[in-house]
Design a protein around this ligand. Sequence first.
Ligand SMILES: Nc1ncnc2c1ncn2[C@@H]1O[C@H](COP(=O)(O)OP(=O)(O)OP(=O)(O)O)[C@@H](O)[C@H]1O
Length: 266
Amino acid sequence: MIDKSSSNSIIKADDITMAYGDYVVQKNLSFDIKPQDIFIIMGGSGCGKSTLLKHFIGLKQPAEGRVLFHADPSEVQSAPDYIDFWQSTESQKQRLMQRCGVLYQSGALWSSMTLAENIALPLGEFTDLSEKDISHLASLKLALVGLNGFEDYYPAEISGGMRKRAGLARALALEPDILFLDEPSAGLDPISARLLDDLILQLRDNLGCTLVVVTHELASIFTIGNNSVFLDAETKTMLTTGDPNELVKHSEHDTVRRFLTRGESE
Ligand SMILES: Nc1ncnc2c1ncn2[C@@H]1O[C@H](COP(=O)(O)OP(=O)(O)OP(=O)(O)O)[C@@H](O)[C@H]1O
């Protein structure tokens, strides 16, 4: 059942069970993601973080329960009107997915294309813009992530941190209101990871988008996250949801406090 007090959410997980065949990964997941949250999906290795992300971006259907998206992001404060992603029509699904940008762990850029061409790809596919406008927009998106002047570089010619930024620029190409990031700082040195966190915060503040981030990097969790869900591999369900900066101090669950303090809490 949907909690009416949380009617201004942009996404709701409503009693989701996730499974591969008979193998249940997690059950009874219910939580709310609010507009402009940086919502962290956290938990130990193998608990189901990436699987949960797949449920939000249309790659995997819940065994039970619903993934609900607010129907109109510009009206999110008004009367709730939710679309159940997996019960929606093909055209509704397509519209919902166009509201979502995704940054995969590898950055997933096409290696044979320049950065500008990588960003132009979704624009060419999903809009009627002219080539000139697409090229202009690609440059704008690159500038947004601090890569102005890198239009003609190939992914192999830039650093890992820059590739992540370029991946973000591509995820932003269609002006999504929700961005999903899978382990954005994986493989980055601590300074590049910190710069990426700063960029994520800037994007939220400047573009007003909502971010859902899978990460187990504690520094990132505390720097960018204002809301979260903790998935427990042992009990196969969520232990808690809320601001990780509060959970580290006040969670009633030892497992959560220990995770957030690298095992150092009592
Ligand atoms: N395609 C698949 N088929 C069957 N089982 C899978 C599949 N993908 C993942 N699993 C299993 O589901 C569980 C959750 O995997 P998932 O990758 O979602 O966890 P995770 O929390 O993202 O892990 P990590 O932190 O190690 O990346 C694991 O036990 C995994 O082995």
